[in-house]
Design a protein around this ligand. Structure first.
Ligand SMILES: [Zn+2]
Length: 347
């Protein structure tokens, strides 16, 4: 069975990539304009950084293709001005594009946006989406619902003047977005432990309490990390929707909102798969990502999520196939055009 992982980041990029961002921010701290520099990374460095990490894990775990985006913690929309963040997003997206060129059978690109805390996504964000689609062949984007990094000082996702231009562009390209925060600069919220899960849960509730999908019926979002707290608290959201006189959740949201399987233990995966309809679940592991260790109780990596799904005994093989490789094509229609060998084999 072909297995497509819809959530991976280039977390193992060579050190000079992080240094590039540091130099940008040092410029800004010193009151200088951040100048575009040359980010010197060789193809060989990219090859080594992938072969010993994401590609090795794909092979070990027998998965076929990863939808691959720049490192999420590195997006840092809460730092940098527009010019710096445009340059940074372009550099990061270009690197991911090179990964997809060097390993065309294993990785398809997903883009980072040059969002800036306190600024509505404008022309630069829309242009980078166009570039990701038209020039880099990417199939999705990561949209940060909180560019302020844990302070939530920008408007909620339903704010028309702020967010709707991005949604219009997504619809124009038939392009889904994964909701994905970056780092936290609020010390209350640990980045991957609290801020990520808050971001996922918050986006779901904002979708639930807004007219976004009435205004954009074909818009699609993936909520990562298993949907944050949502599946566990499905009854709460079902009840809140009912109290508010809203339609049932499946009618309200489930043509537009999808969940990945980045949940790192068996009971969590079981719950996700029991609560959320199979058609709304996409396989993902987020490797190499937030949790890199081995669970002493299972002897396997926490993020080896394929194992948990395989172990589930209440789903048919057909349903597992939907999760592993079929649903992703419904959510990421541009994937049909991707040149990965595993996709050609599917056709
Ligand atoms: Zn991620």
């Amino acid at each position: 069975m072909t297995i497509i992982d819809c959530h991976g980041h280039y977390t193992t990029a060579p050190d000079q990539v992080k240094q590039y961002r540091k130099d940008q921010l040092l410029d800004l701290q010193a009151g200088r304009t951040s100048t575009k520099r040359v980010l010197a990374v060789t193809d060989e460095e990219i090859r080594v950084s992938i072969e010993n990490a994401q590609l090795k894990m794909q092979r070990d775990r027998e998965t076929d293709l990863t939808l691959f985006s720049p490192r999420a913690l590195g997006m840092e929309h809460h730092f940098g001005d527009l010019a710096a963040n445009v340059d940074w997003a372009q550099q990061c997206n270009d690197l991911v594009y090179r990964v997809t060129e060097i390993f065309p059978d294993n990785f398809v690109g997903v883009g980072q946006l040059p969002q800036v805390a306190g600024e509505a996504p404008g022309k630069a964000v829309l242009q980078e989406i166009d570039r990701c689609v038209n020039e880099l062949g990417f199939v999705g984007i990561n949209l940060n619902p909180d560019p302020s990094g844990g302070h939530w000082s920008d408007p909620p996702l339903w704010e028309k003047d702020w967010w709707y231009p991005v949604y219009e562009k997504m619809v124009e390209h038939d392009l889904p977005a994964m909701i994905h925060v970056s780092g936290s600069c609020n010390e209350h919220f640990h980045g991957t432990g609290a801020h990520y899960i808050n971001g996922d849960t918050t986006a779901f509730v904002q979708f639930m309490t807004s007219n976004i999908f009435k205004d954009f019926p074909t818009l699609k979002f993936v909520i990562p990390h298993g949907g944050g707290a949502v599946p566990y608290h499905w009854g709460r959201y079902k009840g809140l929707a009912q109290d508010m006189g809203l339609p049932p959740l499946p009618e309200l949201l489930l043509d537009n909102v999808f969940f990945d399987t980045c949940v790192y233990h068996q009971p969590g995966i079981d719950l996700l798969l029991k609560v959320v309809p199979v058609k709304n679940i996409l396989f993902a592991s987020e490797m190499v990502g937030a949790v890199r260790g081995i669970d002493p109780d299972s002897g396997h990596h926490y993020d080896d999520t394929k194992r948990y799904i395989e172990k589930v005994d209440f789903l048919s093989n057909g349903q597992k196939k939907q999760i592993f490789c079929e649903n992703v094509f419904d959510v990421y229609p541009r994937l049909h055009k991707a040149k990965a060998a595993c996709i050609s084999n599917l056709k």
